[in-house]
Design a protein around this ligand. Structure first.
Ligand code: CTP
Ligand code: CA
Length: 221
């Protein structure tokens, strides 16, 4: 189902994929996270493996079966994901960041369970590292692919991220559109490339989106 060409180009390439949400600890029993299911990243990993690529899948906690032939690296926090991505960055030909990385984490992590008290509670949060931005700043031979889930002004935000994170391509979707949300098996994405090229795809399964995205990546290699 892949053109011979895409398979030929991706064969033996090292593709690093990050997927799923991150978890940011509050105390031993609680954490902050988001609605990412990991499906898009896992679909990309499966397809890349079928094309003969060597895949490292760095994944936050999800309810999906790990692809058999991937080098599978489970992580929890944004910080752990950062460390694991950096370990393999030099040897990577392509990095695809589908992960929904937490932008903030609790400033204080309690090592005992927080007890409830009368009145309201505020938790002070601090920024996590922007992994993709750091990758962009240190980019050498690698192709960098970002994902952007937006609710409004999709094109403006997607192009800004493409620029500010020094990406080669960004895959954007409007999570408010029917069939493009979190946890669904389908997605409606638009692909923006560094060259300015824009490709709007129709409603597709995440498998089909993965196939198209890898084809676009192959065209840049
Ligand atoms: N990303 C990352 N590290 C972060 C935050 C985001 O690597 N700490 C990556 C995501 O994996 C994704 C891309 O950056 O590929 C865009 O993520 P997104 O959340 O859409 O963008 P942000 O830059 O975090 O901006 P905002 O959430 O404010 O829209
Ligand atoms: Ca974000």
């Amino acid at each position: 189902y892949f053109s011979k060409n895409t398979d030929d180009i991706l064969k033996d390439r090292h593709i690093v994929i990050t997927a799923g949400p991150t978890r940011e600890t509050i105390d031993p029993v609680r954490f902050f996270t988001n609605r990412s299911s990991g499906k898009m990243g896992y679909a990309l990993a499966e397809h890349a493996i079928k094309s003969g690529a060597k895949v490292t899948l760095i994944s936050g906690p999800v309810h999906l079966k790990e692809p058999e032939e991937a080098h599978y690296v489970p992580v929890e926090t944004a910080d752990e994901m950062f460390d694991e991505v950096m370990k393999v960055y030099q040897q990577a030909d392509v990095v695809i960041k589908t992960a929904a990385v937490a932008d903030y984490r609790p400033k204080i992590v309690y090592d005992q369970k927080m007890k409830k008290q009368d009145g309201d509670l505020s938790i002070e949060m601090e920024r996590t590292k922007d992994i993709l931005k750091e990758l962009g700043a240190r980019k050498e031979h690698q192709l960098l692919i970002g994902f952007a889930a937006e609710t409004n002004d999709v094109e403006t935000y997607a192009r800004k991220k493409l620029e500010s994170k020094n990406l080669d391509m960004i895959v954007a979707n409007n999570v408010k559109e029917n069939g493009a949300g979190f946890g669904t098996d389908t997605n409606i994405v638009t692909i923006y490339k560094r060259s300015g090229e824009k490709t709007a795809l129709p409603l597709l399964t995440k498998d089909e989106v993965a196939e198209k995205v890898l084809k676009e990546i192959a065209s840049l290699l």
